[in-house]
Design a protein around this ligand. Structure first.
Ligand SMILES: [Zn+2]
Length: 418
């Protein structure tokens, strides 16, 4: 583990917290997706421009810094209530994460988030709202546990509060057609759904480790695409990955993984074949690694150099996907995208350049494909992070943020108190 990796920078450039209509950022090295090039940046009305016709309102000396586009978190559940979301938004911004995707949440969370945050910079989110699953399948038992055990709720009132809110049920295509207008009315930005052990989705008593009928998933993808919505799929096996591709999903919300952490997990069934990886690459379907879930499953009493169960398979899958040319996205499904980056580094599969591309270009563009972000070129939204050292030399530098701008405004990021 890299315990000290990517810690929050304590010193932000307070002097830079001022905003003019036009700004010049002079003398920095600017990330262009392939490396850093010395280049001045000019900003007018919140976007990068080629040059300014008059002296800038504000001029920042960025000599000796490295400038990158802000980062993204493609799989989070941390924006769950108004007050918690305020803290999470601040913490995300502090670690340079400006964009996030809420991959399953109760209805109304998007409004609660907007309402709770003060005016000013905040993390830009897309919301899946309640995902679509099958009766008593994942994540129904998980939400019941949260409701009863963690929130002290009444088991008898669970379903009335949760159904149509944190999840929707569609066992058949007829049921799906019936609930679809209701799902649409919630205006999700992306549709979340679940395949678990789809090779035997209707067999065995352990519904909590199962998910959708692939036949229903295929229809769901059609309905979502008619609305111009993308479908994000939870998976657990290599077969789920193949079935998801067959059904036409737009993104995998995980690598195949035994999330239930069964002691006798069949890791072999979680391998992605080179053929399947090639099909994903051909169709342009990216994959979120959610690798910090894997590293978090490690028994703390086991030897420090012993990897978490399934880590080797996850790393192999990442290697297969990378070799096929599949885009890997940064999504933790846990509290911290920073921990996710550390877990990705631990695999040894990716170079620092690949990690930086993933975090600052591919992941932001996945979340908001219609926005010109993940770029420091003229025309793009003027959002950037000023780093104190070269992240291609030492990736820890990606977390050493001296100053940050969001859509043309320097943002004041309170240093973490430590
Ligand atoms: Zn998740």
């Amino acid at each position: 583990m890299h315990a000290s990796a990517l810690s929050f920078a304590a010193s932000f450039l307070a002097a830079a917290v001022a905003t003019g209509d036009t700004t010049a950022v002079l003398g920095g090295r600017v990330f262009d997706g392939t490396g850093f090039v010395p280049r001045d940046l000019f900003i007018r009305d919140g976007v990068f421009v080629d040059r300014l016709d008059a002296p800038p309102d504000l001029s920042i000396d960025a000599e000796g810094t490295w400038i990158v586009p802000p980062y993204a978190e493609c799989h989070t559940h941390t924006f769950l209530t108004g007050p918690i979301s305020v803290g999470n938004s601040e913490e995300f911004l502090r670690s340079g994460v400006f964009y996030a995707a809420s991959m399953n949440n109760s209805a109304g969370m998007a409004e609660a988030y907007q309402a709770a945050l003060p005016d000013g910079p905040r993390v830009d989110l897309i919301w899946a709202h309640g995902g679509i699953t099958r009766t008593e399948c994942h994540p129904v038992p998980l939400y019941r546990t949260i409701h009863v055990r963690w929130q002290g709720g009444d088991p008898d009132t669970f379903m009335s509060g949760a159904l149509g809110n944190v999840f929707h049920i569609a066992d058949t295509t007829e049921q799906l057609e019936a609930i679809w207008p209701y799902v649409r009315r919630g205006r999700p930005d992306i549709i979340k759904t679940f395949l678990l052990y789809s090779e035997s989705f209707d067999r065995g008593a352990d519904a909590e480790h199962k998910g959708m009928d692939p036949v229903v998933l295929r229809r769901l993808v059609e309905l979502a695409h008619e609305e111009g919505k993308r479908v994000a799929l939870h998976i657990e096996t290599g077969r789920d990955f193949e079935n998801g591709l067959e059904c036409g999903v737009d993104v995998f919300a995980h690598l195949p993984y035994d999330f239930a952490r069964t002691p006798e997990a069949d890791w072999g069934s979680m391998r992605i074949s080179p053929n399947a990886a090639a099909r994903a690459a051909e169709r342009g379907v990216p994959v979120m690694a959610t690798l910090s879930l894997v590293t978090a499953s490690k028994d703390p009493t086991s030897p420090p150099d012993e990897p978490a169960p399934g880590f080797a398979v996850a790393a192999d899958n990442l290697r297969v996907l990378k070799e096929a040319g599949v885009t890997i996205l940064v999504g933790s499904d846990a509290a911290s995208p920073v921990a996710e980056m550390n877990a990705l580094r631990e695999t040894g599969v990716f170079s620092n350049l690949e990690l930086l591309r993933m975090w600052s270009i591919d992941s932001p563009k996945f979340i908001f494909p219609e926005r010109d972000i993940g770029s420091l070129e003229p025309g793009a939204e003027a959002s950037l992070l000023v780093l104190e050292a070269d992240p291609l030399a030492e990736f820890e530098a990606a977390g050493q943020i001296r100053a940050a701008m969001k859509q043309g405004e320097w943002i004041e990021l309170q240093a973490a108190t430590d």
